[in-house]
Design a protein around this ligand. Structure first.
Ligand code: MTE
Ligand code: LUZ
Ligand code: MOS
Length: 780
């Protein structure tokens, strides 16, 4: 069987040789237009006029379109239609699309965009979380999850209390393929859109609504993305609509390819958060009560912010049992691109906030932070219920903590670090071991479904199409392995086809790490339908050949590219010829499968229920070294231990874990989004926005998979792996906080996230904290 073994990613060769097609590699067809847009130069104001005469006069410029040219709906959005495709009277952020330009060449396109003139009345923009909170400029309603007694009373009961304000920065998804789409106009208003999207169904619907046609007149096709990381869960919509609008108006194919700077300036990122917290705890560090007010920077529209805040509230416990909890969340309006999904989806901010608090408790009580974590970690019996009432079943966190502490030699290294920090005048070291528990399922119940189409051909090869999209994470490879095993075939006989709304309808985004669970299960379900028919047919054929053997589909086995009756394994029929014969006998060799996650239910109003099918759990021990004079940070060693159940493809999963951890490490230590006072992004290219490079990978990097065979409810006993490892990266930040505590206990309380070199130096040198009025840790 292929499941459980490492086969190469199905595009591995294509990725490294450059033969794998991304959207801009698709050859252009005759008459195809290059399409781009004029971005708003200001963050806030009234748009009073657009003068496109000069642009239209440029040779090669075919058309300039504004909101007046949108055939039907200009407003769209995944949860509320509150976001404009093209500016309509108001300018909301720097980089907002104001006019679409279509041209024969890229050069004419750029000249055309530069020649469009805007008239506007500029107003002071709202840019910071603090200002938005002061002015109560919230998007949507307050959300809350609470349990136990009245929170102020519970906090007062605890023998120790701490409180503070914690600032968390955003993060650019930094997929390598920028947002892109190509639209091909068809007959009678039909449209085919090829999109680099995690969400083909969403593209189908927004394009149809923008054009004013039925969903049945639009097809969205996605072969692969050069990364998505959440940034293409909703925000592939604007380029797709731009291409479709031009294709409709001109009758010509239209291609939109954002360049990197445009992409970074105009699209949403991980939400920055401001977190107000108060914790009451026992002398041994056990948390009695925890109060949170989360404020996320939503940008100019809702996008997915409410779902992201919901996941924040559902992950504020992280790996720890909180008897009395009061978690509240609000989304703040700002004049920025609408912030959106990014790996972890609001979970990382909450989990970092809680790890910060635990580290603060340890420093306050002068305990080892490991002991505080171990005292709080989810256990058994009455210590395994989350604040929203879900029981943490088959909880392995205590063993994970203990195994990792042992394998990373945590205690010995902490002692060594304390010794070295006392005498080393140049380098300050820190070590932290943090936990991770991530809920698997979309928190919107209806999204937890998948469908798949399986076509078996008469040579015994298989094509599989699902609603899931491939963004490098290996979804197609894993489904290929599962389908191959169902038919007992070598994986080379199975091919995953481009995702298309024509083959798989009403699909969920490829998100929430659940794509293998949902689409894999749907594909297996389709295979089983075909197998039932084929087994019946094969049973007859095998009994004909073997005298005295009664036909029995139950005894038919598919393995090693052949079919046989297990009572007489020496009589074998090759799989291909069997399929050919079956077709000649008019057996249906195709099926559509469906899967809906059972047993999940969450009540948004009461904040209680079982939103998650299961949890992926893990822990990381990270050691950092800081230059005491420059603040420069090196991650010296990382030990990861993660429970992903029985891995479907250990090689692919290790890639996901290493990549996710490094991406998380980048968020907490390096990546800083800088804006000017007018709300324009300054860090909008690889030269000014620093994602981790190969040289930033921990010098000593050890990864182990926790041995767990008991995840019986999910497909092949596997667990989702896509997002969870990002949150193991939080240990790098916590290790910095630990290191700073050796320089001066007060210094550590000033640290915000990300802990960039500048931020570390600020704390080391006791300069005014970056965020005024914060983060003072008051002790009672
Ligand atoms: N891995 C790669 N190489 N590229 C990506 O864009 N996205 C991540 C994760 N791993 C991503 C990735 C995110 S945000 C999610 S939700 C999951 O992959 C989605 O895929 P899955 O459901 O198949 O895990
Ligand atoms: N998208 C979504 C997500 O709509 N709901 C979720 O719960 C979710 N979780 C993670 C990533 N994307
Ligand atoms: Mo991932 S943030 O669920 O696309």
């Amino acid at each position: 069987p292929s499941v459980g073994t490492t086969i190469p990613h199905d595009s591995a060769v294509g990725h490294v040789t450059g033969q794998a097609y991304y959207l801009d590699d698709v050859p252009s067809i005759a008459g195809e237009l290059h399409v781009g847009f004029l971005p708003s130069p200001i963050a806030c104001g009234a748009l009073t006029g657009i003068d496109a005469a000069a642009a239209r006069a440029i040779p090669g410029v075919v058309a300039v379109y504004t909101v007046a040219d949108v055939p039907a709906h200009n407003m769209f959005g995944p949860l509320a239609a509150d976001e404009p495709l093209l500016a309509d009277g108001r300018l909301l952020y720097v980089g907002q699309p104001v006019a679409i330009v279509a041209a024969e060449t890229r050069e004419a396109l750029h000249r055309g965009i530069a020649a469009v003139k805007l008239a506007y009345a500029e107003e002071p923009p709202l840019l910071s979380l603090e200002e938005s909170i002061d002015q109560q400029r919230f998007l949507g309603v307050e959300r809350r999850i609470a349990r136990g007694g009245e929170i102020e009373a519970e906090l007062a009961k605890a023998p120790h209390r701490l409180s503070g304000t914690f600032h968390i920065g955003g993060q650019e998804q930094f997929y390598l393929e920028s947002q892109a789409a190509i639209a091909y106009p068809g007959e009678e208003g039909q449209m085919v859109v090829h999109s680099s999207t995690q969400n083909p169904t969403e593209i189908q619907t927004v394009v149809a609504e923008m054009l004013g046609v039925g969903f049945h007149d639009v097809v969205c096709v996605t072969k692969r993305m050069g990364g998505g990381f959440g940034g293409k869960e909703t925000q592939a919509a604007i380029p797709a609509m731009m291409a479709a609008l031009v294709a409709r108006k001109t009758g010509r194919a239209a291609r939109v390819i954002f360049d990197k700077d445009t992409d970074m300036c105009s699209t949403g990122k991980r939400h920055p958060y401001l977190v107000r917290w108060a914790v009451g705890f026992e002398r041994d560090g056990r948390i009695h009560a925890l109060k949170y007010e989360f404020f996320s920077n939503g940008g100019c529209s809702l996008d997915l912010s409410p779902s992201i805040m919901e996941r924040t509230l559902l992950h504020a416990d992280n790996a720890y049992y909180i008897p009395h909890a009061d978690f509240r969340g609000r989304i703040c309006f700002t004049n920025l691109p609408s912030n959106t999904a990014f790996r972890g989806f609001g979970g990382p901010q909450a989990m970092a906030a809680t790890e910060n608090i635990i580290e603060s408790i340890a420093q306050h009580l002068a305990l080892d932070a490991y002991d505080v974590r171990r005292a709080n970690v989810y256990g058994v019996a009455d210590r395994n219920v989350t604040p929203y009432g879900q029981i943490v079943e088959k909880n392995h966190l205590p063993e994970i903590f203990e195994q990792l502490a042992a394998s990373s030699q945590y205690h010995a290294r902490r002692a060594e670090i304390a010794r070295r920090n006392a005498s080393d005048p140049l380098t300050l070291r820190g070590l932290a071991l943090t936990g991770m528990k991530f809920g698997i399922s979309f928190t919107s119940k209806f999204l937890n479904q998948g469908n798949a189409l399986v076509n078996l051909y008469t040579d015994g090869t298989v094509q599989v199409s699902t609603g899931g999209t491939e963004m490098g994470q290996g979804l197609n490879t894993k489904i290929r392995q599962m389908v191959a095993d169902e038919f007992g075939l070598d994986p080379s006989r199975v091919r995953l086809m481009p995702t298309s709304t024509e083959k798989n309808n009403n699909t969920s985004p490829t998100a929430a790490s659940a794509s293998t669970d949902l689409n894999g299960a749907a594909a297996v379900q389709a295979c089983q339908q075909i197998k039932r028919r084929l087994k019946k047919f094969a049973a007859d054929r095998l009994s004909d050949k073997a005298e005295g053997l009664t036909p029995s589909p139950r005894h038919v086995v598919f393995a090693e590219n052949v079919v046989y009756d297990r009572r007489r394994p020496e009589v074998r029929i090759a799989f291909g010829p069997l399929c050919d014969e079956a077709r000649r006998e008019r057996v249906d060799l195709g099926a559509r499968g469906f899967f809906a996650t059972p047993g999940i239910d969450f009540n948004r109003e009461t904040g209680r229920g079982t939103p998650f099918f299961y949890y992926t759990q893990g822990a990381a021990a990270v050691e950092v070294a800081i230059d005491r004079f420059t603040g420069e940070l090196t991650v010296a060693r990382a030990d990861l231990l993660i429970d992903i159940g029985r891995s479907i493809n250990p090689g692919v999963d290790r890639g996901q874990i290493i990549g996710g951890f490094i991406q998380g490490m980048g968020w907490v230590t390096a990546e800083a989004l800088e804006y000017n006072a007018q709300g324009a992004l300054l860090s909008h290219s690889p030269t000014t926005y620093k994602i981790p490079a190969v040289t930033d990978v921990p010098i000593d990097f050890r990864l182990a998979l926790f041995d767990n065979n008991d995840n019986v409810q999910n497909i092949r006993r596997s667990k989702a792996v896509g997002e969870p490892p990002l949150m193991l990266g939080i240990a790098a930040w916590t290790a910095v906080k630990n290191a700073l505590s050796y320089a001066n206990a007060e210094a550590a309380t000033f640290l915000s996230l990300p802990a960039t070199g500048e931020e570390i130096l600020r704390c080391l040198s006791f300069q005014v904290p970056k965020h005024p009025g914060s983060p003072k840790t008051a002790s009672h």
